[in-house]
Design a protein around this ligand. Structure first.
Ligand SMILES: NC(=O)c1ccc[n+]([C@@H]2O[C@H](COP(=O)([O-])OP(=O)(O)OC[C@H]3O[C@@H](n4cnc5c(N)ncnc54)[C@H](O)[C@@H]3O)[C@@H](O)[C@H]2O)c1
Ligand SMILES: NC(=O)c1ccc[n+]([C@@H]2O[C@H](COP(=O)([O-])OP(=O)(O)OC[C@H]3O[C@@H](n4cnc5c(N)ncnc54)[C@H](O)[C@@H]3O)[C@@H](O)[C@H]2O)c1
Lengths: 205, 205
């Protein structure tokens, strides 16, 4: 019921409020958030209005109240258990990415279909076969699956994840998948294009 | 001179126009773009106004004109040569990510400091030592370096990249780097938080 682009902006506001908290700021305004984030103030006010009356006209928003409310709304306070599907180069890079822990996410398992990888250890995790996924998800209350398989395996792996009862999929594979649980697609090429543009502009000076 | 969040939105508009082109649409409006992208129409009009008069009041924007202009502005038409710094799990996943080619980016080299990796092949690429970076960048007109090293090596590797004459850095390492060339930071944990929120909302139904 809340559009996905709104959700992404809420995460951006939350991070900004965390920085402000670190700076010791007590109050802020949609105007200041707009300036810091490059998002229009009217957009920010509209997004926050979904979640009830935060600010006081003339006074603005109390940073800590807004930050806590967003933390609650975005479920950031909770610990989320996740599994990596596809124990290849990307899967291992994701499992070894330390900031995950600090953000409330914990990789509790890695799964693959390649017989040569099953039983091998990566850090504290032992790579398991996809046929053990459902049982593992049920026993460990796993909420998220991070899909790191090749494009041609993506739909099959996504179906297995859905069938196993996982809450949602973070999809890195270079393929659109069709399932009826929430999916977030990740692709770093948009960041590459943005960087390319910054380089061109700089050269133009 | 153009703020980074504006650049990112321009990339989003460009992709939407590409889809519209694929659908055979001839005209669009800031209102329709706003609806499709979840970005306010006033924001879209403001962003496009940086680049000259596109639309006609009452008629809207001609999809192909706007798409071509954005392609030119964003330097998307050109081929960009990139190198991967850090031939570990993430570096190999990036080098093997096929969609890069289709988007106009080509990985032409991989670099590392680990003696056991130097000389090994990954696909068509041979892993080279960081001491060869500057010469390689000059001989191959390399524009972009994709930083895939551990957090503790990030600043040193970034400095070596800047010193070698690369145009900009796509930074995946879990560390803020300080250089005087453009840097785009990538972190997938924001997507994880967005997914966590979608899962919570769904449960609430
Ligand atoms: N979105 C991004 O930003 C991004 C970045 C880099 C790579 N990628 C993509 O990530 C994917 C993986 O890349 P990689 O370099 O790690 O590949 P890889 O070949 O090293 O690893 C893929 C692994 O998936 C396993 N696998 C295959 N089918 C499976 C299935 N049905 N169930 C479980 N496991 C299965 C394989 O056995 C292998 O271990 C590719 O699609 C690549 O394009 C995306
Ligand atoms: N931003 C994201 O979304 C994301 C996702 C996954 C991983 N990561 C990060 O990517 C980084 C790499 O992860 P990984 O799993 O590939 O690690 P890894 O240990 O497998 O690979 C790192 C490689 O960098 C090399 N290296 C170290 N110092 C170097 C230097 N000064 N110059 C050149 N090469 C150097 C090492 O020899 C090694 O081969 C980590 O910081 C990790 O947290 C980020």
């Amino acid at each position: 019921k809340i559009p996905r682009p709104v959700i992404r902006r809420l995460v951006v506001y939350y991070r900004c409020l965390e920085r402000m908290k670190g700076e010791g700021k007590e109050y802020t305004s949609s105007k200041e958030l707009a300036r810091r984030l490059g998002i229009k103030a009217c957009q920010i006010r509209k997004d926050l209005s979904y979640f009830g009356g935060f600010g006081k006209r003339g006074v603005g928003y109390k940073v800590e109240n807004l930050r806590e409310r967003l933390e609650e709304i975005l479920g950031i306070g909770q610990k989320w258990r996740a599994v990596v599907i596809g124990a290849g180069n990307l899967g291992k890079a994701i499992a070894g990415h330390k900031p995950l822990q600090q953000q409330g996410f914990e990789i509790v398992g890695m799964f693959d279909t390649d017989g040569r990888k099953i039983g091998k250890k990566f850090g504290n995790l032992e790579i398991m076969h996809m046929s053990d996924l459902k049982k593992f998800v049920e026993e460990n209350d796993v909420k998220i699956a991070i899909l790191c398989v090749p494009a041609d395996s993506a739909q099959d792996a996504a179906k297995a994840v859905e069938e196993a009862g996982v809450g949602g999929i973070l999809n890195f594979s270079a393929r659109v998948i069709k399932v009826s649980i929430p999916v977030e697609n990740v692709d770093f090429t948009a960041s590459l294009k943005s960087l390319a543009f910054q380089i061109i502009k700089r050269k133009g000076k």
